[in-house]
Design a protein around this ligand. Structure first.
Ligand SMILES: Cc1cc2nc3c(=O)[nH]c(=O)nc-3n(C[C@H](O)[C@H](O)[C@H](O)COP(=O)(O)OP(=O)(O)OC[C@H]3O[C@@H](n4cnc5c(N)ncnc54)[C@H](O)[C@@H]3O)c2cc1C
Length: 458
């Protein structure tokens, strides 16, 4: 199948890229291995999860969250928002398509993508001019290889399988990992009455969501070191010295670390108070696991009924992208530094791999669509005399443009069709034979005709 753009993944990154490409009238296809879009949110996010960042930093392109929605959006409202996004932009991913390889054909100058149809088992081949990696930073769960892990006799899950603490009441549960997921899951377990312990080994910043929100607003106007100074001052006033609870702050500030190393601060949902009151017990790193017993680095030993690994995820794009070294590093994340991280070579781009959450992926999607549009326009040869056209008309008699004789279309193009943000020129030769590459027609059906221009045309 020949396409202009293939997007791998129908998470928020794939959806945002699709909406931005549609805004430029660029045909594209999304390949998604699951049976649903935003599978991370729909299938793998725990019940109590809320967006950690304020809603103004969590919307996808062209659709801000409604004014009456809560500042920190819970999962169910976010899912409704995504549903609305998909229907508004008429996004139709191809489901059950797991991309297994993508390589660039130097002769054709095109990408060849192989996807396994998970229902039929067949391998389908897609050819595209542009390839967008939107398969997420969180594609595969990561569990560290701890000595004796296989011998553990209790329940062992990754945070992406965790839904709620309700079934762990009165059980001894160990949470490994003290990022946002680990801290929030510990809080949830403790709230449901589990005897909760959390492994804390590395320094990290703890802030409240309100402090982060202020920091994000400040960072629009102030240098990072000033923002960090203010954020840390507020965090110290709110939490005091947490080192006596084994929570130590890194030497560099939270916004600096986020920008340079992609390390997010922990946004406290109430876990810190529970740690202070010893409802959540802090334990050091694990030396060995033996049956139900866990031996810690300080020599202490305890039995647990369950271990929850909140130890993060890995991007697996490098498993299917051939010659990934040009674009991705060993962790499957972009080699290029921010703000050029999204741009790869040979019309290959990455959306949502900069560890900047929904805010970052929205910026990536807009930049990628703009770049693809630029390349297409350049290739089509923006001719002297072409003009940027701001509205769309579709003559009532042209219901099926592909069946129209090309010569007539070219002759009457200025009256027949005009697409937003497209350069169109009556002298441009357009190939309307299927698959209608670069044709603006593909998006016509979903855009309302302009009544004034329509009258002019008739
Ligand atoms: C618990 C949790 C809470 C979070 N909270 C926030 C928050 O509050 N604010 C924020 O900004 N960010 C948050 N994030 C970050 C999160 O990464 C983004 O919100 C967002 O989901 C990233 O979207 P994405 O499309 O890049 O990746 P994903 O959501 O991971 O989507 C990638 C998609 O690609 C598909 N895919 C992967 N490989 C293939 C393949 N080979 N072939 C076909 N399809 C494939 C996957 O099935 C998936 O549907 C949170 C993340 C987690 C885990």
């Amino acid at each position: 199948m020949e396409n202009v753009v293939v997007i791998v993944g129908a998470g928020p990154s794939g959806l945002a890229t699709s909406a931005c490409l549609s805004a430029h009238s660029i045909p594209h296809v999304i390949l998604e291995r699951e049976d649903i879009y935003a599978s991370l949110w729909k299938k793998r996010a725990y019940d109590r999860v809320k967006l950690h960042l304020a809603k103004e930093f969590c919307s996808l392109p062209y659709m801000p969250h409604p004014a009456d929605s809560p500042t920190y959006i819970p999962k169910d409202i976010f899912l409704k928002y995504l549903d609305e996004y998909v229907s508004t932009f008429n996004i139709q991913p191809q489901y059950h398509r797991s991309v297994e390889s993508a390589c660039y054909d130097e002769v054709d100058g095109k990408w060849r993508i192989e996807a396994r149809n998970m229902q039929s088992g067949d391998v389908e081949v897609y050819v595209a001019e542009f390839l967008v990696i939107a398969s997420g930073e969180n594609s595969a769960k990561y569990i560290p290889d701890l000595p004796g892990l296989d011998s553990f006799k209790g329940e062992m899950i990754h945070s992406n399988e965790y839904k709620s603490g309700s079934k762990y009441a009165n059980k001894d549960v160990l949470v490994v990992g003290c990022g946002n997921s680990g801290m929030e899951i510990s809080y949830d377990l403790s709230t449901f009455g589990a005897q909760t312990s959390i492994v804390i080994r590395n320094p990290f910043h703890v802030v409240s969501k309100e402090i982060v929100r202020l920091g994000m607003i400040f960072s629009k106007y102030l240098p990072v070191f000033v923002v960090d100074f203010m954020v840390l001052m507020m965090a110290n006033i709110k939490y005091g010295d947490l080192s006596k609870y084994e929570i130590r702050r890194p030497n560099q500030g939270p916004f600096h670390l986020k920008a340079t190393a992609g390390r997010a601060p922990v946004i406290d949902v109430g876990s810190v108070d529970k740690i202070k009151s010893k409802a959540i017990k802090v334990v050091p790193g694990i030396s060995r696991i033996n049956g139900k017993k866990v031996l810690f680095e300080d020599g202490a030993e305890r039995e647990f009924d369950a271990i929850v690994f909140a130890t993060g995820y890995r991007s697996v794009a490098k498993q299917w992208l051939k010659d990934y070294e040009h674009v991705l590093n060993e962790n499957g994340l972009p080699k290029n530094n921010f703000p050029h991280h999204w741009k790869g070579e040979k019309n290959l781009h990455c959306c949502g791999l900069s560890r900047r959450g929904l805010f970052g992926l929205s910026m990536d999607a807009k930049a990628i669509a703009k770049e693809i549009n630029r390349v297409i326009n350049e290739k089509n040869g923006k001719m002297k005399g072409s003009r940027r056209i701001s509205s769309l008309i579709l003559c009532p008699w042209v219901r099926s443009p592909r069946t129209f004789p090309p010569s007539l279309l070219v002759l009457t193009a200025n009256f027949l069709l005009i697409t937003p943000n497209s350069y169109f020129d009556t002298r441009t030769r357009v190939d309307f034979t299927p698959p209608c590459r670069y044709s603006p027609f593909q998006s016509i059906a979903c855009l309302p005709p302009d009544p004034v221009l329509q009258r002019l045309a008739t």
